[in-house]
Design a protein around this ligand. Structure first.
Ligand code: TYD
Length: 144
């Protein structure tokens, strides 16, 4: 599984390896604005109690940047910039998936008990979402 692929015409998606500090008391990972992520973190949200077989996402963002972390468990993120698709596996708290603007995403195959954390660059704004795949495709392909 490659950690960097050319999906994302504005800023490519990639796995960011986060610093992990492990000692006899356990492990700690850190994410800092401007050091580990190339955007200011203005919002965080997390998902949990995800039923077996459920899929999340099915949207794109016009502008938003984000980092996605499986802080517990495992899931997959299928990214699509209108030209190329790639599946990233998030299966460790030290792996963050960076996603830039104009990328459609589907989150699938959540292991039982998974908790996913999203660190994002701006406040919630529904008008900034693509919820319609055909509309996303039309705009994304105009970026060629
Ligand atoms: P939704 O966008 O459907 O989640 P997914 O990432 O799986 O597509 O969000 C579920 C609900 O949560 C929806 O009613 C919008 C709301 N929500 C907020 O109010 N603030 C947020 O920051 C987010 C991400 C979602």
């Amino acid at each position: 599984m490659s950690t960097s692929v050319a999906v994302g015409r504005i800023k490519p998606c990639r796995i960011i390896d986060l610093p992990e500090f492990t000692d006899p008391r356990g492990s700690l990972c850190v994410v800092e604005t401007g050091i580990h992520v190339p955007f200011v973190i203005r919002r965080a949200y997390y998902m949990f109690d995800i039923p077996d077989g459920a899929a999340r996402g099915a949207h794109g963002h016009r502008r938003l940047e984000q980092l996605i972390i499986a802080v517990h468990g495992r899931f997959e993120v299928v990214v699509d910039d209108g030209f190329t698709k790639h599946t990233f596996v998030l299966d460790h708290p030290s792996k963050g998936l960076y996603m830039g603007p104009m990328v459609w995403r589907d989150m699938v195959d959540f292991a039982p008990g998974t908790v996913g954390l999203w660190l994002v660059a701006d406040h919630y704004d529904e008008s900034e979402y693509y919820r319609d795949y055909e509309e996303f495709l039309r705009d994304a392909r105009s970026l060629a």
